[in-house]
Write a protein that binds this ligand. Structure first.
Ligand SMILES: Cc1cc2nc3c(=O)[nH]c(=O)nc-3n(C[C@H](O)[C@H](O)[C@H](O)COP(=O)(O)O)c2cc1C
Length: 386
């Protein structure tokens, strides 16, 4: 299998087959099936919300590349008159810089420096993008999910339900058939904002927001909560995960916030922190009624990192930075950035997902069932003592 992997890695440098998960299953007897928000995916790799899911062209290219899912850029909720209480997040900024970022322990990684925030065009334009995403989802290309930043009040204030209702109704109308899938963004810039100084206030949002979104939806809805890295300790990250117990899925965790420079950042400091917190989190087994599925995000730059998140309970992953690297950083010689990234993440003979799954098998962490290894079995490790 090692020799076959080397061969696949070489030949797919020129072109990655879009149904590579089918190939992986037949050639390696590895079933990469994964899940996000209760939806079955052919493999675990998706795109996190941001600047890479702003238009239909990007989604079409990702569907053609064989990406499993894409979360659209975060739109700021509004009421019927267009009032956005969270308008401070709808600012326009185009310039992004992909930069090296050295972690606290000296490891060189990558980060994207950008001062922007949420969707800066109209809700109508966002709804048109949701429709394009719906069509691709129905065609079986890739699963597309909208992302929203809804109103978050101070402790002594009420939620502006009119913004929840209007925005969710527009999304539901565009999507048409149930379930409506929505991701709620708690962003790093929110973590850096005075609004997030108060722990009790944050925990109230997390307790109440999933139910408010579902209640505002005219269709049955499933809500993923994308948690921020708050400016408190690891124990508070766990408190946030627990407070969001009404969510249908948790996305853990958005980028760190550099208060000095006023920007969000990633790299190894981000994955180290996220994995440390997920190590402390003991998910209930998937059979338990209160089980909350987790999706990983943060510095995922190899198949090994995907498995690091999976071993801590994640059933899929969302990447942003790794889809933005200079072309020289990908081993593939042809194809879109998404194709080149997928090629490295899955087929790299040392650091790819296949190599990593075979290694977990050799270590006895996962076993074949009916002759196959299953990606979703990796999270079983999170339930083992020690
Ligand atoms: C330029 C940029 C813009 C982003 N915008 C959003 C956003 O609008 N909403 C959101 O939930 N996450 C946003 N993110 C976070 C990413 O989706 C992702 O969770 C995060 O960057 C960690 O993954 P990474 O280390 O692979 O980049 C953004 C990230 C970057 C780099």
């Amino acid at each position: 299998m090692r020799a076959e992997l080397e061969q696949d890695f070489e030949r797919f440098k020129r072109e990655l087959p879009p149904d590579f998960a089918v190939h992986v299953r037949s050639a390696y007897r590895i079933d990469l099936t994964a899940r996000y928000l209760g939806e079955r995916l052919p493999h675990p790799i998706g795109k996190g919300s941001g600047q890479l899911s702003l238009n239909a062209g990007q989604l079409e290219e990702d569907a053609a590349a064989g990406l499993a899912f894409a979360v659209l850029k975060t739109v700021i909720a509004e009421d019927v008159a267009g009032t956005q209480t969270m308008a401070a997040w709808a600012i326009h900024e185009t310039r992004m810089r992909v930069e090296r970022r050295v972690a606290a322990d000296g490891r060189p990684g990558w980060t994207v420096t950008w001062k922007g925030r949420g969707w800066d065009r109209t809700l109508d334009e966002y709804i048109a993008l949701v429709r394009a995403g719906r069509d691709l989802t129905r065609a079986g290309g890739l699963l597309v999910v909208p992302s929203v930043k809804y109103h978050l009040p101070r402790l002594d204030e009420a939620f502006r339900e009119v913004e929840y209702r209007h925005t969710t109704a527009r999304l539901a109308q565009a999507w048409g058939t149930p379930p409506l899938l929505v991701e709620k963004d708690f962003s790093p810039t929110l973590a850096g904002d005075a609004l997030a100084d108060d722990r009790a206030q944050i925990l109230r949002w997390l307790r109440e927001v999933p139910g408010r979104i579902r209640a505002a939806a005219p269709l049955p809805a499933r809500v993923a909560v994308k948690l921020m890295n708050a400016r408190f300790d690891n124990a508070f990250q766990l408190d946030m995960m627990q407070a969001a117990g009404e969510a249908d899925a948790l996305v853990c965790f958005n980028r760190l916030f550099d208060a000095g420079r006023g920007v969000a950042y990633g790299g190894w400091d981000l994955s180290d922190r996220n994995l440390r917190v997920l190590d402390l989190y003991r998910p209930l087994p998937p059979s338990a009624a209160l089980y909350r599925p987790v999706t990983g995000t943060g510095n995922i730059c190899s198949g090994r990192l995907i498995l690091d998140y999976a071993r801590r309970g994640c059933e899929s992953v969302q990447l942003h930075t790794f889809f933005q690297l200079p072309l020289s950083q990908y081993p593939a010689t042809h194809g879109s950035r998404t194709q080149r990234a997928l090629h490295a993440l899955v087929f790299h003979p040392q650091d790819g997902l296949i190599a990593g799954m075979l290694e977990l098998e050799a270590r006895g962490e996962i076993e074949r069932r009916d002759g196959e290894l299953h990606f979703l079995d990796v999270r079983g490790h999170a339930h083992r003592p020690g």
